[in-house]
Write a protein that binds this ligand. Structure first.
Ligand code: SAM
Length: 289
């Protein structure tokens, strides 16, 4: 296993990770619902006291039912509303189905592929997190149980939008934070396409964010970094690292349809724009990357 540092003591799960040394996020749990090892990672699912069910991979919190909407709405709607007409979309990772659930609200999409390395994450999410995994029910969704890094080799010039909803750069997600992967992402985009990737925390993971953004800068003319507030991620924030082949990223290019408005709890036109307004230290970090 890539990481086994977490522990449960007196009914509290503590996320202890070498990527954020010296701090731990603790969540009170009531019951362990799943604890199993897939060929790729340790998968745990807990019933928590106040955050609903919580999915943990290799000791790292992936989502809680209470705040998953923030991450999934932003991971899907920021890139999909930035694109004027996203018809062919790929999600890499995202085995819980939350990003798919939000992406499927876009009627423009004709093909919605997901490439998740670990089929057990999908199965467990379908069984225990039906309100998140309902994304898999959309008829446009096509599931590929593969390594996203290899899948891209076979799909040049294919997608309008690629969303990398990956776990952290330890374990099976490691290669998804490297330049060769970003070169493949660029090749897999159609002209005018864009990519949006889980971009870690600008407070906690400055070295990773800086490295990731420098890769995106070296390959994409248009790039930007957005910030999302999610209480159950380390430090309470996580970023999206975006690069495009010419499309503007920092504002929506389409109006949010009325039918979609009623489902949204985080994303709005104002939040899309505001997510790119970064504190001075973050702006400097990205400029110097
Ligand atoms: N945003 C979440 C987070 O970082 O907390 C990510 C959630 S989602 C569950 C991450 C998924 O990425 C996992 O299900 C994992 O199996 C998948 N994944 C990791 N490496 C992958 C790879 N190389 N190809 C495809 N999927 C991968």
């Amino acid at each position: 296993m890539a990481h086994t540092g977490n522990q449960i003591m007196n009914g509290w799960f503590s996320e202890i990770c070498p990527m954020w040394p010296g701090m731990a996020l603790s969540v009170e749990i009531e019951k362990t619902l799943v604890s199993t090892a897939s060929p790729y990672q340790q998968i745990d699912l807990y019933q928590t006291r106040s955050y609903g069910k919580m999915l943990v991979l290799d000791g790292i919190i992936q989502l809680t039912e209470r705040d998953e909407f923030a991450y999934h709405e932003m991971m899907a709607h920021v890139p999909l509303f930035a694109h004027p007409c996203p018809e062919r979309v790929l999600v890499i990772g995202g085995g819980d189905g939350g990003t798919l659930r939000e992406a499927a609200r876009h009627k423009e999409i004709r093909i919605l592929d997901i490439c998740e390395i670990d089929g057990m994450v999908i199965d467990i999410s379908k069984q225990y997190l039906p309100e998140v995994a309902c994304g898999f029910d959309d008829p446009r969704v096509c599931v590929h149980i593969r390594d996203g890094n290899l899948f891209l080799d076979e799909h040049p010039d294919t997608y309008d939008v690629i969303i990398v909803d990956s776990s952290d750069p330890i374990g099976p997600g490691e290669a998804l934070f490297e330049k060769p992967f970003y070169e493949k992402l660029k090749r897999a985009l159609k002209p005018g396409g864009l990519v949006a990737a889980q971009g870690e925390s600008v407070f906690i993971h400055q070295e990773t964010v800086s490295r990731l953004f420098s890769i995106v800068k070296s390959l994409f003319d248009t790039r930007a970094y957005a910030s999302i507030t999610v209480p159950s991620y380390p430090g309470g924030t996580i970023g999206i690292c975006l690069g495009s082949l010419g499309v503007a990223l920092t504002q929506p290019s389409r109006t949010i349809p009325d039918a979609m408005q009623k489902h949204l709890k985080y994303y709005s036109e104002q939040v899309h724009k505001a997510a790119f307004a970064l504190p001075r230290f973050a702006k400097t970090l990205l400029e110097q990357s």
